[in-house]
Design a protein around this ligand. Structure first.
Ligand SMILES: [Zn+2]
Length: 515
């Protein structure tokens, strides 16, 4: 009787001792993350000072070097690992002005990897697209673009986002605007279709026919927000113009005003440059060949400074690593931070890493990726791993309520097939998860837009995420068990009617923009 009691007491004590350690560590992580947060400083250095991180640009490389140096300052070893090459390109001065019938400076920017102009620029009349009945009528009209700058986007009927109409318009005028816009869009798409080209390749036709520039406006359905991607021209400049200025120009051309603009876009072609992932590691003491991976893509588009895509994911992982190095410097498993290059062009950095480091992929205990904006983490899926509930559940238990009370979990969930870098690891069978966050109007306002800048970062939410990530990482490092990789049986795909299959690893594009 006495012996049994003693054993019971021993178990109670040891359970208590473990949870006390966990509690102390969680408190230390929280304290460091709140009282000594480096997020504002990191965001300033990465977004304001370094700038956007388009693959192939000098700013991408300087950001990689900055990350390595930042880790070194914290006593964490880090290096840039080359995985491929890319078309080298440097953005220069873009200045776009209306010069006739009056002078006005326009809100415009050159598109990525686009050929530049001389410092004198290109001055030419604008031309809009008439309606085409078929590809023959397009071919017949095409010589008209010679010497002109072609306006290739539809005129938007309103620059106000729908929420604004919803709040202030009468129901009737809101409905009228929407149906008018729908029909304009339909007519626009049909007209492009009739040319025999798509909106993706039609610029090449204009370029070949002697156009001297392309003017587009890719409105992102929010006040002042445009999506800024690449151009698809080889010799002539292509610029994106704000909805407000584009609309003005378009109406002037349609009314027959002699409308001319001047485009100065002094970008530079830098040939072929190497491209990297930055990898940081805090070596494991007990299981050095097992890895808890902190993951966030490092590259961005360059209309803004890539603050929420994916500056916030990046500083979340940097800050989590900093906190852990300070309060948990000797993890049982190796903590590896992956700052991937060229996610935006198809997960190229992470899928190269998966291809190049099968031994690390085999040793992944868990991977946490963050890449959908600045918001608090609110969704976590088991990604189709049958036992994810057990271990993620165990780890989440240690997380204080304030960091997890909004998280909706889905188990076992289904494997991610793209969207961000965790998918590269899921495809290789490694338990990789997405810390999916609240939107804060990500899709319209900041995702790939000119407005993706420092001021959109909600630091308290990012702080929340850095602390959450650090705690999950600590728990995953300490777990006595290696995580299971058993896959759930996938359901019938409603579209194909076939049994769902696990995604297969994608082949990275290792020579970008060089064809
Ligand atoms: Zn992203």
């Amino acid at each position: 009787m006495k012996k049994v009691l003693l054993i019971g007491a021993y178990f109670l004590c040891s359970t208590f001792a473990i949870s006390q350690t966990v509690e102390d560590m969680v408190n230390a992580i929280e304290k460091e993350g709140i009282e000594n947060s480096q997020l504002e400083q990191l965001a300033y250095e990465l977004m304001d000072l370094n700038g956007p991180r388009l693959v192939g640009t000098p700013e991408m490389k300087s950001a990689h070097d900055w990350a390595v140096n930042t880790y070194k300052k914290w006593g964490i070893s880090a290096e840039n690992q080359q995985w491929g090459t890319w078309k080298g390109w440097q953005r220069g001065i873009t200045h776009v002005d209306m010069v006739s019938p009056r002078v006005a400076s326009l809100h415009a920017t050159q598109l990525a990897w686009n050929p530049g102009t001389s410092s004198k620029g290109v001055t030419a009349s604008l031309i809009t697209l008439p309606s085409f009945t078929d590809s023959l009528s397009f071919v017949k009209w095409l010589p008209n673009v010679k010497g002109k700058i072609v306006m290739v986007s539809m005129l938007q009927p309103t620059g106000r986002p729908d929420e604004n109409w919803e709040e202030y318009a009468t129901k009737t005028s809101f409905e009228k605007m929407k149906s008018e816009r729908d029909s304009l869009e339909k007519i626009w798409r049909q007209n492009i279709n009739n040319t025999g080209y798509t909106s993706r390749n039609i610029n090449t036709a204009f370029e070949k026919a002697g156009a001297v520039g392309i003017a587009q406006s890719r409105w992102s359905e929010g006040f002042g927000a445009n999506k800024i991607f690449s151009a698809g021209t080889e010799k002539i400049p292509a610029v994106d113009i704000s909805l407000e200025d584009y609309g003005m120009l378009y109406r002037m051309v349609e009314h027959g005003a002699d409308t001319k603009i001047k485009i100065v876009a002094e970008s530079k072609d830098l040939g072929v440059v190497p491209t990297f992932n930055t990898i940081a590691t805090i070596p494991g003491t007990e299981f050095p060949d097992e890895y808890v991976v902190l993951s966030a893509h490092f590259d961005s588009w360059d209309g803004g400074t890539g603050a929420t895509d994916n500056g916030t994911g990046t500083i979340t992982m940097l800050e989590a690593a900093r906190i852990l190095k300070k309060v948990y410097p000797n993890p049982k498993r190796t903590i590896l931070v992956g700052h991937w290059g060229s996610e935006e062009q198809g997960l190229n950095g992470s899928s190269s890493f998966v291809e190049d480091h099968p031994e690390i992929v085999a040793g992944v205990q868990a991977l946490f990726n963050q890449d959908n904006g600045t918001g608090r983490v609110v969704r976590l899926s088991g990604q189709g791993f049958l036992h994810a509930y057990d271990y993620l559940g165990r780890w989440l238990e240690a997380v204080p309520e304030t960091y997890k009370n909004e998280i909706e979990t889905t188990f076992p969930g289904s494997p991610g097939r793209g969207g961000s870098d965790y998918a590269s690891f899921v495809a290789a069978g490694a338990p990789a998860f997405s810390l999916s966050s609240l939107s804060w109007d990500y899709w319209n306002y900041t995702w790939h837009t000119n407005l993706d800048t420092y001021d959109k970062i909600v630091f308290d939410d990012v702080r929340n995420n850095a602390i959450l990530t650090a705690i999950l990482t600590y728990m995953a490092c300490e777990d006595p068990e290696k995580t299971s990789r058993e896959k759930a049986v996938l359901g019938i795909n409603p579209r194909s009617g076939k049994k769902g299959e696990w995604p297969t690893p994608r082949t990275p594009q290792r020579k970008g923009g060089q064809d």
